[in-house]
Design a protein around this ligand. Structure first.
Ligand code: M6R
Length: 609
């Protein structure tokens, strides 16, 4: 999941490629590099670490040239060193690659035997030597590129430049996204429309197997069989403005604080506040929710936990059977898809490779596919039968916050719609649940007033080596999400458990050094959750109880610490309880001094399997 930019330009491209790469840094920040043609020769600058380091390299050693490619890397094969940084090149060709070339070992052995010399440990470098090999056989760059990509298995998007071929840029795509941008006098390649937004809003998305030959502003696209292909040029809405932190210290803080507003946008799309009732503007969606024989939900990471909450809601409110899998697992267990089934894929970025592959599997097996996405121009949105936008706005922090709560708000509305459509929910209940949803923004604004207290608790949590999160019912996924948030940005080891599972093993971990964060909305599960909490306290466990006033009064006496969540309908608890979990992780991360928005080893969008 790396970021790719290519420009066949009319002016010096390195500075503009660098700017475009900044918009792609969410895809990885292990290393970065740019290659251009300088008097027909390939020259490159590369650096480990974030783009700011490449920027410094370019200031010391500027890179001229009007045709170039750039890359920001999330390492898969080979450590994040200069040698492994893209572009990979020899004297004849330079390439940047996103994806994994699965047959690289075989190709590498073959090319080594022919005398090719490799310098990196990456899978990507085989593309350089394979293309060169075809050039050595006398093929023109266009033909060499097409022959080479036909031999690659796995997933790739590639951009290439060639010695002596001013204004020639070749792109290829299979599995990983690549878009062509059409400018007035120039053409571009980019991982997404967002990267190309400063240059053009006219974009065509390549399809699997496509090769795009760019010569100046002329673009020819060929499909997997080498036949000329027409790919629709669309006008994108991707904004060319760079998102800023709006006065916050980190994007994550900004995004946490944006939640009242953006959840309001999500709700405005799915609800009619006048009823209040659910108001879907899509008949096909209403039909699917009313008649699907089963709903298969699939996603990764935080989006998966949103789906897990969705399972509770769809089953309870609509009696709609739900199966849920990590997207990386779904198709590998050869699932049984029912006739008349629907499959829902949840993804902030809409580019997660596992989720996209799961969607394709469900589609190939006759399921109606729904995509709950933040980025509506993404691959997942483009391939789904029905797109469900969440309107969270750009989420930049690697830790997903506002996308999670907006996903939940949309899922809640969809579950109510399914309940109504299937005759399992009365108009009165619909009104009550929608009223509760519409109150979320107000409750979050109220809750954020206690941020200073959570900051102090976050500093305490940061001192722990291990932390456990417990929850029951729809709060169980929140326990999982709380633990994920904490570990990914503070690097404190954390696990989420169903509260009732503690006694079956994890309780052995309890001692006075392990904070146990109990998410206990004052709902039908409260007494049982509190019993599990007592079992922890009886063994010296240090409990941080999160509940409403009534819950804290009833059960908080012996807790080490307490966080009060606004009193609200238990239905919306998963959304409200996400906020303390996010803030605890955020302040623990600050106390640990970690890079909150770009934590180690991670990337915002994971476009490799
Ligand atoms: O873009 P997606 O929602 O498909 O991303 C899925 C996960 O990679 C993502 O939620 C990840 O777990 C976050 N870093 C969690 O904060």
């Amino acid at each position: 999941m790396c970021g790719i930019v290519g420009i066949a330009g009319t002016q010096e491209v390195a500075p503009v490629i660098l700017e475009a790469l900044k918009r792609l840094e969410y895809r990885g920040y292990d290393s970065a590099g740019i290659a251009t043609l300088v008097d027909g020769r390939i020259e490159r600058r590369r650096s480990p670490g974030k783009l700011s380091r490449l920027d410094a390299v370019l200031r010391d050693e500027p890179l001229p040239g009007r045709t170039g490619i750039g890359h920001t890397r999330w390492a898969t094969h080979g450590a994040p060193t200069v040698i492994n940084a893209h572009p990979h090149a020899n004297a004849r060709v330079a390439i940047v690659h996103n994806g994994i070339i699965e047959n690289f070992r075989d190709l590498r052995s073959e090319l080594l035997a022919k005398g090719h010399k490799f310098e990196s440990e990456t899978d990507s470098e085989v593309a350089v030597h394979l293309i060169s090999d075809y050039l050595d056989q006398g093929l023109a760059p266009e033909d060499a590129a097409q022959e080479a990509v036909r031999r690659l298995t796995g997933a790739y998007s590639l951009a290439m430049i060639f010695r002596g071929e001013e204004s020639l840029l070749i792109g290829a795509r299979k599995g990983s996204p690549l878009a062509v941008g059409y400018g007035e006098h120039e053409a571009y390649l980019g991982s997404d429309a967002f990267a190309l937004a400063p240059f053009t809003n006219r974009v065509a998305y390549l399809e699997d197997g496509d090769v795009a030959i760019v010569r100046g502003n002329q673009v020819s696209i060929f499909d997997a069989k080498g036949r000329p292909a027409n790919r629709e040029v669309v006008i994108t809405n991707a904004s060319s403005a760079l998102v800023d932190k709006a006065g916050h210290r980190h994007f994550m803080a900004k995004e946490i604080h944006e939640q009242p507003e953006v959840i309001g946008h999500t709700l405005a799309h799915y609800l009619d506040a006048a009823g209040p009732n659910v108001a879907l503007d899509n008949d096909k969606l209403s039909k699917v929710l009313a008649s699907a024989t089963r709903l298969t939900i699939s996603a990764c990471g935080t989006a998966y936990y949103a789906g897990l909450v969705g399972k509770y809601w769809f089953e309870k409110l609509a009696r709609l059977p739900v199966e849920i899998d990590f997207a990386s697992e779904l198709r590998y267990r050869d699932p049984v898809y029912p006739e008349g089934g629907a499959a829902l894929f949840i993804s902030q970025s809409g580019e997660t490779a596992d989720t996209l592959a799961a969607l394709r599997d469900a589609k190939a097996n006759g399921q109606t596919t729904l995509a709950l996405v933040n980025v509506v121009e993404s691959s997942i949105a483009r391939e789904a039968d029905i797109v469900l936008p969440i309107f969270a706005g750009p989420e930049i922090g690697v830790a997903s916050t506002k996308a999670f709560t907006c996903q939940l708000a949309a899922l809640a509305a969809l579950a109510i719609a399914a309940g109504r459509g299937r005759g399992k929910l009365s108009a009165e209940d619909e009104k009550r649940l929608c009223t509760a949803l519409l109150e979320i923004p107000r409750h979050i604004v109220e809750f954020l007033k206690s941020e200073a207290k959570i900051e102090a608790l976050g500093q305490e949590v940061a001192k722990a080596r291990d932390v456990l999160y417990l929850g029951r019912g729809p709060s169980f996924p929140l326990a999982l999400e709380g633990a994920l948030k904490l570990k990914e940005i503070s690097y404190v080891h954390a696990e989420g458990y169903a509260a009732g599972e503690m006694k079956h093993g994890p309780i052995a971990l309890i001692d006075e050094n392990v904070p146990v964060i109990v998410m206990a909305p004052h709902d039908g599960f409260f007494e049982k959750t509190v019993s599990n909490m007592q079992e922890v306290m009886a063994r010296g466990g240090k409990v941080l109880l999160i509940s409403e006033r009534a819950g804290l009064d009833r059960a908080g006496t012996d807790a080490w610490a307490k966080i009060e969540v606004p009193d609200a309908d238990a239905f919306i608890a998963p959304i409200l309880y996400a906020i303390p979990a996010q803030l605890l992780a955020y302040y623990a991360a600050i106390a640990k001094g970690s890079d909150v928005d770009q934590p180690r080893n991670l990337a915002k969008s994971v476009t490799v399997e």
